[in-house]
Design a binder for this molecule. Structure first.
Ligand code: NAD
Ligand code: LMR
Length: 333
């Protein structure tokens, strides 16, 4: 039995994500919470002939608590998206408070759930959840994940495009590490399961890296004021959630990049810190998943000089983003 809960379930990501979770045969219960429209979304999804029982909740009458009761996995896409000209950090002012309150709800109602944070800026909202959980004495670093899967999905797609065969994209695996915004998104193309063509030019490499780092901006611009990536994010979020669920069900050897606390695996975290040459509380790296969440943080391994330069550029930004999240909670409690 697996209960999945979506917080922000009536939104641009929330609705298609809820649809994909409803389509996952391993999900037996689906709780949908938002400040608007969840009864309608739940009624609609509940007619789909898959196992999950669906229920929608709104804030009155302890709706958040009711949605979260018994949750095994909680996915959070609640919050405002970007408009053209904005950075993800510009969302902090509104989304930090939303994520803080939802985290408090999870801490009191479903403290053992696996928590998957989509709300931006992920580099700061994940530390917010961790700090709230610490305040409530329930922080388990193995169970908290920043969802960076969309960067991985984009990297697979763009590499397959370059290789001239989009049908490869489901098999192309490119570790994307660091964080989830601009220069903190670091694709390790040298470790791609499908190498770039021999003689791939330096300027083409730079263009590809830039497209992976700023893929979100491409969508924000194309939607011209109507929001940011929703459908590709729902796909990515459902893929990552499915991996967690399969791992929880006992499947071994599942590895995916995610933005996690370096405390999730002391040895792996220490090896990663050594590679980075500095301490960072959170970093996105490949992690191995098991029944209790993160079983291993997999260090970066062999990377190129160009990738090292990208990592070096990412670090100060990550330090700042993490601090912003931690300070927000320190001031709030
Ligand atoms: P949206 O505005 O379409 O939907 C957000 C939903 O959150 C709305 O339905 C809204 O009512 C709900 N909401 C607001 N406050 C809430 C609260 N306190 N409790 C519960 N629900 C609440 O936005 P969207 O396009 O779905 O994007 C949501 C977030 O996801 C944004 O912050 C966006 O930047 C982020 N995002 C992250 C990634 C990623 O890769 N991690 C990708 C795309 C978007
Ligand atoms: C993305 O990468 O598409 C998301 O983080 C949304 C955004 O603001 O770009």
């Amino acid at each position: 039995m697996v209960k999945a809960v979506v917080l922000g379930a009536a939104g641009g990501i929330g609705q298609p994500l809820a649809l994909l979770l409803k389509a996952n045969p391993l999900v037996t219960e689906l709780g949908l919470f938002d400040i608007v429209n969840t009864p309608g979304v739940a009624a609609d999804l509940s007619h789909i002939s898959t196992p999950a029982k669906v229920e929608g909740f709104l804030p009155p009458d302890d709706g958040l608590k009711k949605a979260l009761a018994g949750a095994d996995i909680v996915v959070i896409p609640a919050g405002v998206p970007r408009k053209p000209g904005m950075t993800r950090d510009d969302l902090f002012k509104i989304n930090a408070g939303i994520v803080k309150d939802l985290a408090a709800g999870i801490a009191t109602t479903a403290p053992k759930a696996f928590v998957l944070v989509i709300s931006n800026p992920v580099n700061s909202t994940v530390p917010i959840v961790a700090e709230v959980f610490k305040k409530f004495g329930v922080f388990d670093p193995k169970r908290l994940f920043g969802v960076t899967t969309l960067d991985v999905v984009r990297a697979s797609t763009f590499v397959a495009e370059i290789l001239g065969d989009l049908s490869l994209s489901k098999d192309v695996v490119v570790p994307v590490v660091g964080g989830h915004s601009g220069v903190t998104i670091v694709p390790l193309l040298s470790q791609s399961s499908h190498p770039l063509p021999a003689g791939f030019a330096k300027d083409s490499y730079d263009t590809l890296v830039n497209r992976i780092q700023f893929g979100g901006d491409e969508v924000v611009k194309a939607k011209s004021g109507a929001g940011s990536a929703t459908l590709s994010m729902a796909y990515a979020g459902a893929e990552f959630a499915a991996k967690i669920i399969r791992a929880v069900k006992g499947e071994k050897g599942i590895v995916a990049p995610s933005y996690v606390s370096v405390e999730a695996d002391a040895a792996g975290g220490a090896a990663l810190t050594k590679e980075l040459g500095q301490e960072l509380a959170f970093f996105s790296s490949n992690v191995e998943l098991g029944t209790d969440g993160v079983t291993k943080i997999i260090p970066l391994g062999k990377i190129t000089e160009a990738e090292q330069t990208l990592i070096t550029a990412a670090l100060p930004e990550l330090v700042k983003n993490i601090e912003t999240g931690v300070n927000f909670i320190a001031a709030a409690y």
